[in-house]
Design a protein. Structure first.
Length: 302
């Protein structure tokens, strides 16, 4: 009898131990599953700021990218190339959008910044259609921005005062236009605006106004000016016949990894280059027949 009780007690004990092991195993499986679910739902946040010339492309590409990557949120802001480069260098944003090579930005320590070219942007002087002018010489263009030519009748237009609208210091569009459109001539003090979008609105509604814009912002209510009878077209940019153009850069601090790297790779994918880039008025990297280095040296591409 005593032996039977002992065996029964042993059986109960074994049952409890086995139940305990089963419970532990279930808990472990549940915790592992919970941890895996948490990792898969982790959200990656990317902030890109800088060039307003590049902003429309990055915004629309980011929107499309997020549709296929639900765990990624991308915040795209303007502010100008100088701001984008400064902020990415400080590490306060993930991407600094710029119309300039980082080394061209005065006062910036570009060490550690990694360049990702994503497109080419053409830029052109634009005027209010009321001016009656469609073409100027390079010399006339320089004098207009220097304040030495002040009426459109002096360059074959109607008798109307010229109102110059410039971009703010730190703008990549301004730096590119002054370098390649005005040969770095010192310009007169004039009204300054922070973005391509604002300039487009002001010039289109101000009789006699002149400024400059990325091709992607030139609408039917503006007149883009030819220079020395060379038209501001994508074809002329591609072979450098039209010289006012720049690469669109997306800089990172160090080599990108994870979803940031995936997004930047997406920007140069065939789908984006042949789709959004062309649709929005930019020029695909693959369309260029020349390469222009930071110093301005031109190399013919094969």
């Amino acid at each position: 009898m005593k032996k039977t009780v002992t065996l029964g007690a042993l059986a109960v004990t074994m049952t409890i131990l086995l139940a305990g092991c089963g419970s532990s195993s279930a808990t472990s499986t549940k915790n592992t599953s919970s941890s895996s679910s948490s990792n898969s739902s982790k959200t990656t946040k990317i902030v890109a700021t800088g060039s307003t010339a590049l902003q429309p492309l990055v915004e629309q590409a980011a929107s499309a990218f997020q549709n296929d990557h639900s765990n990624v949120t991308i915040n795209v802001q303007g502010g100008g190339s100088g701001a984008g480069l400064s902020q990415v260098a400080k590490g306060s944003v993930n991407i600094g959008n710029s119309d300039l090579f980082a080394e061209e930005q005065k006062g910036l320590d570009a060490k550690g910044l990694v360049d990702h070219k994503v497109a080419v942007v053409g830029m052109t002087p634009v005027v209010n259609k009321d001016s009656g002018v469609t073409n100027v010489s390079k010399e006339q263009l320089v004098k207009i921005f220097q304040g030495k030519i002040t009426n459109w009748k002096e360059v074959g237009g109607k008798s109307e005062k010229i109102t110059v609208i410039n971009r703010a210091q730190g703008s990549g569009t301004r730096a590119t236009f002054e370098k390649w459109g005005l040969d770095n001539a010192k310009v007169a003090t004039s009204q300054e605006q922070d973005s391509n979008g604002t300039v487009e609105k002001i010039v289109s509604t101000t009789p006699g106004a002149i400024s400059y814009l990325a091709f992607s912002y030139v609408k039917n209510d503006l007149q883009a000016l030819s220079i020395d009878n060379v038209k501001p077209t994508e074809a002329n940019v591609a072979n450098n016949k039209w010289k006012i153009w720049a690469y669109e850069h997306m800089y990172t601090k160090g080599q990108p990894t994870g979803e940031l790297k995936t997004f930047l790779t997406y920007m140069t994918s065939k789908g984006v280059q042949d789709g959004l880039v062309k649709k929005l008025g930019y020029i695909p990297l693959t369309s260029m027949k020349v390469d222009r280095g930071q110093s301005g040296n031109i190399t013919t591409l094969k």
